[in-house]
Ligand binder design. Structure first.
Ligand SMILES: [Cu+2]
Length: 118
């Protein structure tokens, strides 16, 4: 009998709490969507460390932080370089700030700057 009462009380709590939580989540997701769209226009600078430069392939491997405009968490991955010139400006181990976007389906580094060593 006591168990049944507890279950009913719990159910009542859930039905009153859940709709509110749902509304909050919707609002948060809308806010995130707006923030994401704004970030895409601004092309946020992302911090990273150069892991590999492949001049022949025009590719660059970067261990990068979160990339908001690509909805991407921190990871190590290969990017295409927007220009061959860019690959001559960096070397393995460099700390960089870069911007990246999806270009014809390929994730491409569009700008890159080397940070001074700490
Ligand atoms: Cu990535």
């Amino acid at each position: 009998m006591k168990y049944a009462y507890t279950a009913i009380a719990l159910l009542a709590t859930l039905t009153t709490v859940l709709p509110v939580a749902g509304q909050d989540m919707n609002r948060d997701m809308r806010a995130m969507h707006v923030a994401g769209a704004a970030a895409q226009d601004a092309m946020p600078k992302v911090s990273g460390e150069i892991r590999k430069v492949d001049v022949d392939a025009g590719k660059i491997t970067i261990r990068h932080g979160e990339i908001p405009n690509l909805d991407m968490p921190a990871m190590t991955m290969v990017f295409r370089a927007a220009s061959p010139d860019m690959l001559n400006q960096v070397k393995t181990g460099d700390q960089v700030l870069f911007t990246a976007k999806k270009n014809n389906g390929a994730l491409t580094v569009t700008t890159i700057e080397v940070l001074p060593p700490k």
